[in-house]
Design a protein around this ligand. Structure first.
Ligand code: F6R
Ligand code: ZN
Length: 181
């Protein structure tokens, strides 16, 4: 039988799809530092699209999905995914960079680590580690993720404090701004 396929250059699944969901500016209340800049953007502005291959929601199953994070900023802050812990905190994940250049932000026990994401980069996200993609580049950032089907997403846990760093525009580049509680 034919396997599923992915176009490695674009990160698009060419067969076997799936479920697709786009997250827009209006869905991410309170996520970005600059509230006024967030309000000023049309609520329907797409931030990222996730395409997921189906798998049964059972112990031992794996989900696989590609995130396409578009380029742009809310004020000085670059577009990013909402970011989450897995509901099952002990469940890990792999990310693989496919297209564009960006950052993977990992946070465990309050400690932040930034890994550059680029075509061919391989990222292990350990258990108990919150994760978020950030796109400080000028093109779409695409990354393939593989995670346990039972992992689930806990967005709530990060709602109050958020992540410890924000990635802000700095001239032609970016800088990590440490957040103070
Ligand atoms: C799955 C995973 C990714 C993200 C996706 C969108 O465990 O880490 O598929 O779900 O990059 O980010 P969130 O879910 O944080 O909006
Ligand atoms: Zn995840």
């Amino acid at each position: 039988r034919m396997p599923r396929q992915i176009d490695l250059a674009s990160g698009q699944f060419t067969a076997g799809v799936l479920h697709e969901h786009t997250t827009t500016v209006g869905m991410l209340t309170g996520l970005f530092a600059d509230q006024a800049a967030w309000q000023a953007l049309p609520a329907g502005t797409p931030l990222y699209t996730v395409a997921i291959l189906p798998a049964p929601q059972q112990e031992g199953e794996l989900l696989s999905g590609v995130t396409h994070l578009y380029p742009g900023r809310v004020g000085r802050e670059f577009y990013m995914t909402r970011g989450h812990f897995h509901q099952r905190r002990e469940q890990a994940e792999y990310y693989f960079g496919l297209r564009g250049r960006g950052l993977l932000l990992l946070q465990q026990a309050g400690q932040c680590v930034l890994e550059p994401l680029f075509p061919g980069s391989v990222h292990y996200i350990p258990p108990f580690t919150a994760h978020r993609l950030i796109n400080p580049g000028s093109g779409t950032l695409s990354a393939l993720a593989v995670w346990p089907a039972t992992a689930g997403h806990d967005y709530q846990a990060l709602q109050a404090q958020g992540f410890g760093v924000r990635i802000m525009a700095d001239g032609d580049g970016w800088q990590a701004e440490v957040q103070h509680a």
